[in-house]
Design a protein around this ligand. Sequence first.
Ligand SMILES: Nc1ncnc2c1ncn2[C@@H]1O[C@H](COP(=O)(O)OP(=O)(O)OP(=O)(O)O)[C@@H](O)[C@H]1O
Ligand SMILES: [Mg+2]
Length: 263
Amino acid sequence: MKTLTEKYRPQTLAEIRGQAMPMRQLQSFKRNPVSRAFIFHGTQGTGKTCAALALANEICGGDDVWHGVTIIPSGDLNADSVRELRLNTLATIPWQGTGWKAVIANEADNLSQTAEFCLLDILENLPPKTVVIFTTNNVEKLSPRFRSRCEIIKFAAPVKDFGNGDGTAEAAAQSLIDDVWQKELGHNHAPKLSDLAGWRENGHLSFRSVLSALDPLIRLQREDDEAAAKLAAAKPLIPALPGERKSALAEMEAAAAFFAANR
Ligand SMILES: Nc1ncnc2c1ncn2[C@@H]1O[C@H](COP(=O)(O)OP(=O)(O)OP(=O)(O)O)[C@@H](O)[C@H]1O
Ligand SMILES: [Mg+2]
């Protein structure tokens, strides 16, 4: 069974919550894309990797055979991968989709120094129809020269957008809890954010942590709901009781009257 974090992973930019500004920037880029490298940076569990995948898929189109999206595994951020990127990935035309290519490298602060150095050239001169997206919690670890070749998009703690600018991270988290609770259990008796343990990461709201904390509560509530449903299903026997009770009462009254008369 999937965890809530996986099940509720946004698949499109439109599904990303609480990141109004970055989403505006990316939607605007999507309307008029040019070859570009991005760094999505910000605190943990705020939607950077989801947004990178969503943008890549939306720009490249298609989804079964290779349609142009390549993910460099976080453990492979070394010079060999960068060479492979230049010689193969960026030189190959996708078999399907729009003809765009997207490369995603998560945890980019783990790039080895040589890899970062090799990337400088590539980023300076990206092939046509190519987007490269790095995600990181720690943008300062990347060299200023590297950063200057990328457009930097900041993911702050998600904030609920009420349209009047007074949203809070707590409201964003509560609305996620309410929605997921409703979808999973079909009712709206969701817990309050303050009932959840560990939803902050390093002092910031993390949607990943909110969903992880909600997971066991939903499992328990589902068990309670199932037990209550079983009890309710057994109830049709009970309405028969008042009638039975009435006739038993009448019998007792008749017996009492008989004994009283024959005392
Ligand atoms: N903005 C968001 N909207 C909706 N769900 C989100 C959002 N951010 C995070 N999530 C939830 O948290 C999970 C993790 O998100 P994601 O991997 O994008 O975080 P991240 O910012 O890349 O974190 P990290 O810095 O740890 O890599 C997602 O699968 C999703 O369930
Ligand atoms: Mg990530």
